[in-house]
Design a protein around this ligand. Sequence first.
Ligand SMILES: Nc1ncnc2c1ncn2[C@@H]1O[C@H](COP(=O)(O)OP(=O)(O)OP(=O)(O)O)[C@@H](O)[C@H]1O
Ligand SMILES: [Mg+2]
Length: 335
Amino acid sequence: MSQFDYIKDIAKYGLENDQEKLLHALNELIEYSRKNKKINFALHLQSILKEGLKTQQTKGLAKVGSQKYLLREEDLSLNELIIEKITSDYTFENLICSVEVKEDLEYFVKEHKGIQVLQNYELPVANKLLFYGPSGCGKTLASYVMAGELEKMMIVINMGAIVSSKLGETSKNLARIFRHAATENCIIFMDEFDSLGKIRDYSQDHGEMKRVVNTILQLFDYLPQDNILIAATNQVDMIDDALIRRFDSKINLGLPNEIQVKELIQKTLSKSPFKIKNENDLSEIINLSRGLSFYLIQKTLITAIKRGLFNTLPSNKKLYIDVDIWKKLLLLEKK
Ligand SMILES: Nc1ncnc2c1ncn2[C@@H]1O[C@H](COP(=O)(O)OP(=O)(O)OP(=O)(O)O)[C@@H](O)[C@H]1O
Ligand SMILES: [Mg+2]
């Protein structure tokens, strides 16, 4: 059967209201997509299927206090705590990092793809990963790369909403998210993990921060081995030491060195017609980029291309990048 045959079946059974056959056809399409390496599509379909079944269970009149009512309440508040659920096409190719960092990340992925091997020998599986380092050096990007490489759905948590939730609610909310992620077998991604430190400012209750940290410690400790948690922060000092210790891998994504700047420029330009005119210009740019993040170097390059475009005659087929504009932008960022 081809993908189109499955879609035809799904349309037919859907319109005929034949729930049983519809579910069967959907599951077959999910399996078919997996086999044909359309992993993201399969993940999305699976999530739609799960959500659909859950909504059906909670449909209809629900009495306050009944199980149905509680389920619905829980879903409502969950939506506020989750920024988005994503799948990702990013791979290690998209991330520029040191050989050591890449090796650590590759092993992390291998552990999960070969989880059975480790479990056969009763070896622990690393499932908690922390990215730290300055802004614009790829922490969020690396998390998306991991979601792509692990071929799993990722729940991006709204740390702001968790932290500012009502007094005493933070711990409950966190537990809720972990429970939800476990049922869907997704990665939990806590970006800007340091926001947790802000509970001290938000809350008048001085015990609140302690309670939240204790809850997270417990959630971390009891996280099933096949669940994955990724956290990212650019203020690692704001985070409680006991929490930091719980991460199996702590990955420092720092500012780029000269080779990495070169790689960034090459990658950014690889699919575009724009070029740097000569090696000297490139060396000067690399020199000027010292101390700036991947993000800022890339941003100034793109701005220079755009601005240069209006100064270049259309007859200039080579489309050389106006290095003077780029240098000026880099200097401005340094200030
Ligand atoms: N190591 C890297 N390799 C390749 N591109 C990078 C890298 N770091 C940053 N970039 C580029 O900069 C963009 C922004 O990076 P990202 O959002 O991952 O930074 P961050 O470390 O999460 O910053 P922040 O702490 O401000 O959240 C990326 O989408 C990518 O285009
Ligand atoms: Mg980020």
